[in-house]
Ligand binder design. Structure first.
Ligand code: IPM
Ligand code: MG
Length: 355
């Protein structure tokens, strides 16, 4: 029996979470384990109910769980609130920080059935499988912020700070992952030609590379990286980068898979890991059963892999997703001619029954 916290949050988060729970229960039945799921309030939903986006009770629930499933947080209703109340910063980012989830692993994998769903040519994306490791508790997101009046308007300041130890721990994790990967290749992304924090980043990564002589580490600039991801994404296997660059590059990279609704992630590093799709709350389609639950379901598969060491069960979920896609079922984000339209719940049911 595994204790998992379940935080649906807002928008489509509420719709995709039950599908992941359903699939996890099916996997448990097959492989002989079960879950005690406890739901917690987070994001705008928590703000509306309790006055804060991350109630102490939710944080405590997370700390007392063995893993966390998170849907998505935020929405237009809360967009104009001051920063200490905004769901994104005050719940999601705070959760990552409080739980020390400094490594956000984002899995960019193209399922063969979706090869024509990517806006890129099939020969460019065929066989793509990249892990982007995004530093998630430092950098621009967490540096000092300021807003002040000036004579002719206002001045706003965000600070990009990295310490050696922060780069070293994410760098080490990246090298360890590259070591387990057949390519033995690691790409470190920075902006060494402009940013001081990137110069420290590159120094630390270059130092670490000496400890891993059999890994081929390449450092590239973030702007070049954005271009290479579209030009020739097959050159990448494991990538590591700072928080903001990772936020932007992973949304870009999601289109190699056909839809951001396919981009699963795992936030690890602390005692309890959190599994969250990389997409947001999609207010435009929320409440209509149009959301693709696969990123959430695939994140749950990673939970079985990383938090509970059930590689077999994780693979069975990934295989089930592959089969359902091979059979032509598609949520609206991936719908094309000749395919069978499935809503959020139907997609979850299909995957669960395959498992
Ligand atoms: C993500 C999201 C978050 C981020 C937002 C919601 C704060 O875009 O997980 O990529 O920027 O980290
Ligand atoms: Mg993002």
């Amino acid at each position: 029996m595994y204790k998992a916290a379940v935080l649906p949050g807002d928008g489509i988060g509420i719709e995709i979470i039950p599908e992941a729970v359903k699939v996890l229960e099916a996997a448990g039945k097959k492989y002989g384990f079960s879950f005690e799921f406890t739901e917690g309030l987070v994001g705008g939903a928590a703000l509306d109910a309790t006055g804060v986006p991350l109630p102490d009770e939710t944080l405590e629930l997370c700390n007392n769980s063995e893993a966390i499933l998170l849907g998505a947080v935020g929405g237009p209703k809360w967009d104009t609130l001051p920063v200490h109340l905004r769901p994104e910063a005050a719940s999601l980012l705070r959760l990552r920080k409080e739980l020390d989830l400094y490594a956000n692993l984002r899995f960019v994998k193209l399922y063969p059935a979706l090869i024509d769903s990517s806006p890129l040519k099939r020969e460019v994306v065929e066989g793509i499988e990249i892990v982007i490791i995004r530093e998630a508790t430092g950098g621009l997101y967490f540096g000092e912020k300021k807003r002040e009046k000036t004579e002719d308007g206002e001045r706003a300041v965000d600070t990009l700070v990295y310490n050696t130890w922060e780069i070293e721990r994410i760098g080490r994790l990246a090298f360890e992952m590259a070591e387990k990967h057949p390519s033995k290749h690691l790409t470190s992304v920075d902006k060494h030609n402009v940013l001081e924090s990137s110069r420290l980043w590159r120094d630390v990564m270059t130092g670490l590379a000496k400890e891993y002589p059999h890994i081929e580490m390449e450092s590239i600039y973030v702007d070049n990286c954005a271009m290479q991801l579209i030009r020739d994404p097959k050159q990448f296997s494991i990538m590591v980068t700072e928080n903001m660059f990772g936020d932007i590059l992973t949304d870009e990279a999601s289109m190699l898979t056909g839809s951001i609704g396919m981009l699963a992630s795992a936030s690890i590093g602390g005692r309890v890991a959190m599994y969250e799709p990389a997409h947001g709350t999609a207010p435009d389609i929320a409440g209509q059963k149009k959301a693709n639950p696969l990123a959430m379901i695939l994140s749950a598969a990673h939970m079985l892999r990383y938090s509970f060491d059930h590689e077999d069960a994780a693979v069975s979920i990934e295989k089930a997703v592959e089969e359902v896609l091979d059979e032509g079922y598609r949520t609206p984000d991936l719908m094309s001619e000749g395919m069978t339209l499935a809503n959020t719940v139907e997609m979850g049911d299909l995957v669960a029954s395959k498992v």
